[in-house]
Design a protein. Structure first.
Length: 374
């Protein structure tokens, strides 16, 4: 593809790139200039302290990942193809390539999810259930246990014989005392951080989709889709979308992103609770994050310079709400959501150790080799 400088205000460096550049400009159609807001932070005496919360209405960037690139490419190239682009094959190829990248990212994420579940999670869950079942049989005795629906031993919660713990081998004691649920504070913080990481992905996707669906108006004319950002040679503001474009973006770009983030949250928490090692619990939490950053990795590695240029120069309307307590602190709701999810999962929804009696921590305190929270 012809080269253009990454600074959208710079001149074209090659004469043959002018054709494609002018075609890029034509993609914006019959636009009205959108002036960048200077904001309320002036210089010297022009600064009004009472108006310091006016953050202006500057257009917002789409972001820098393959989902943002796919959105920018689809909007720009679809408009150009429908309104008569003479760079037809270039635009069609770019649009197909970005959608292939999105499909490839989603495929790899679902493949890794499936592999983690079948190759790692199931084996870890079975092992930790076996360890806890043997512990229950020893600590409560044959006459005070029953088999649950999964066929594992569970004590009655009353006839706890702490001294029977000494009859177990050090290896068995270590396996039992390393159960994550025996360390609820340590485990809870790690699950909270992981859930908050997934909430960040959900929030980013949700806010972008909300802007595209609600803030950006629905239009019938493709000439009303893009406006030029004043002061930028090729900056384009998405000022409207047709109903068909909104449907495509929601279904093929954002819906898989939402589903992947939710599944990662659930499966990640399950795998972490099944990790029967306190050190590996922390490492596994760090390892899970690379599945979320895959979209940035593919963008940085596989996106061409021009595709990155188009992505960072496509903007959305700001849609910033007025200054209020809710708008200032409302984002804290994501932390509440993450914390509530962790509490519900650990104490009510987790199926890693069904019918867990919360009786390991106090017994392991009697063993000098145990590593427990103080």
């Amino acid at each position: 593809l012809p080269f253009i400088p990454l600074n959208c205000r710079g001149r074209m460096r090659r004469h043959d790139s002018r054709v494609l550049h002018e075609d890029e400009e034509n993609a914006i159609g019959h636009f009205r200039p959108v002036r960048r807001s200077a904001g309320s932070h002036g210089s010297g005496s022009d600064y009004d302290i009472d108006n310091e919360e006016d953050i202006g209405d500057d257009p917002l960037p789409l972001g820098e990942d393959i989902f943002a690139m796919a959105t920018a490419s689809f909007v720009r190239d679809y408009v150009s193809l429908q309104t008569g682009s003479f760079a037809y094959h270039v635009r069609l190829t770019r649009m197909v390539f970005t959608m292939v990248l999105v499909a490839g990212c989603i495929f790899m994420q679902f493949f890794l999810l499936s592999s983690v579940y079948h190759l790692l999670c199931q084996a870890s869950v079975h092992q930790i259930r076996e360890d806890y079942s043997q512990y229950q049989l020893v600590i409560y005795g044959q006459g005070h246990v029953h088999q649950n629906d999964n066929g594992f031993w569970r004590g009655d919660g009353v006839h706890l014989n702490v001294s029977a713990f000494d009859t177990m081998t050090d290896s068995q004691k270590h396996s039992v005392c390393q159960i994550p649920l025996a360390h609820p504070h340590y485990t809870g913080v790690i699950l909270f951080i992981w859930s908050l990481t997934c909430c960040a992905e959900l929030r980013n996707a949700f806010e972008t989709l909300r802007t595209l669906l609600l803030t950006v108006p629905t239009v019938d004319d493709l000439d009303a889709v893009l406006d030029k950002v004043e002061g930028s040679v090729c900056g384009a503001l998405v000022s409207g979308l047709t109903m068909r474009m909104k449907f495509f973006i929601s279904l093929f770009i954002f819906l898989p992103r939402f589903v992947t983030a939710v599944l990662l949250t659930i499966l990640g928490c399950r795998w972490l609770l099944a990790t029967n090692s306190l050190s590996e619990l922390l490492l596994n939490g760090l390892a899970l994050e690379f599945m979320l950053v895959l979209k940035e990795l593919l963008y940085v590695t596989l996106a061409s310079r021009r595709n990155k240029f188009i992505t960072v120069n496509t903007f959305l309307p700001a849609g910033v709400d007025e200054y209020s307590m809710m708008n200032s602190l409302g984002a804290a709701g994501w932390a509440v959501l993450a914390g509530g999810w962790v509490y519900l999962y650990m104490f009510h929804l987790q199926a890693v150790v069904p019918d867990y009696n919360w009786d390991v921590r106090k017994v392991c305190r009697t063993w000098d080799g145990a590593v427990l929270e103080r």
